[in-house]
Ligand binder design. Sequence first.
Ligand SMILES: [Mn+2]
Length: 292
Amino acid sequence: MIRFARSQPSATDAIECLQKAAKLNWEDPYRHGCMLQMPNYGQLVMTGDLHGHFRNFDRLKKYANLERTPARHVVLHEMVHKELPTMQDVDDSHLLLVECAAYKCEYPDQVHFLQSNHELAQLTGYNIAKNGRIVIDAYNQHVIATYGERDGHAVLRAMEEFIASFPLAIRTENRVWLSHSLPDMHHMDEFDADMFERDCGRADIEQSRTAFLLVWGRRHSTEHVQRLCEKFDVDVIMTGHQPQEMGSTLVFERLIILDSSHNHGSFLAFDLSRPVRAEDLFKRIRKFVEIV
Ligand SMILES: [Mn+2]
């Protein structure tokens, strides 16, 4: 017997919501090329990987209070692929992905996404193994178990449409760069930073070596992060991707890494209107568990 973490939308509702959110992402008022450029007012709430953590998403929504805070933005990434400690566990993170799409539909100018390696893998069929399982297989199987063979495939196609619409990065007017990760220092010859400015469609994202390197990178250094800051014309970079047992870290002087996928899951709300420094931003990090 499959137990669902949440109320489960019908296939028709899920597809409609995912397709509408995809359209809103492509038409995001802040989109320039395949990234977003945020304005010099309001506030932004950056999160780390969610990996199907429904409770942290609920607390995020509560904290963000978008209905009453129209100049506040929320950034989401790596919502899919839940940690599955035992072979009996199922990956119901597809329900979270649909809830995040619904959040975009509700607050189209305030909710934004970043491309991530796990979501890109759903789009391209790239195999990621975790605890001896292929995560895209576990995910797809549960979508099909939820909706049946025919509708399940239609929901998966709509999820791909939604994922393809995610921008690769976000840059704020006060010189902060947000992306799921950063390219490895050993692969910079294959990394095309000009891509961010260009318009790119689904096929460009699926085939892009630059997008792949951006969302998968794990090997960085102080000098490398400094060079990326110069390339992106920013002072601080925020990412997720690398698991953080305590929810966050500040490394290489300018790189803040957030993780939102467990009980120490953290987020960072900051002002878009004034200059920021990494060490000050780092002090502003909060844990979802504080939000009651
Ligand atoms: Mn990742």
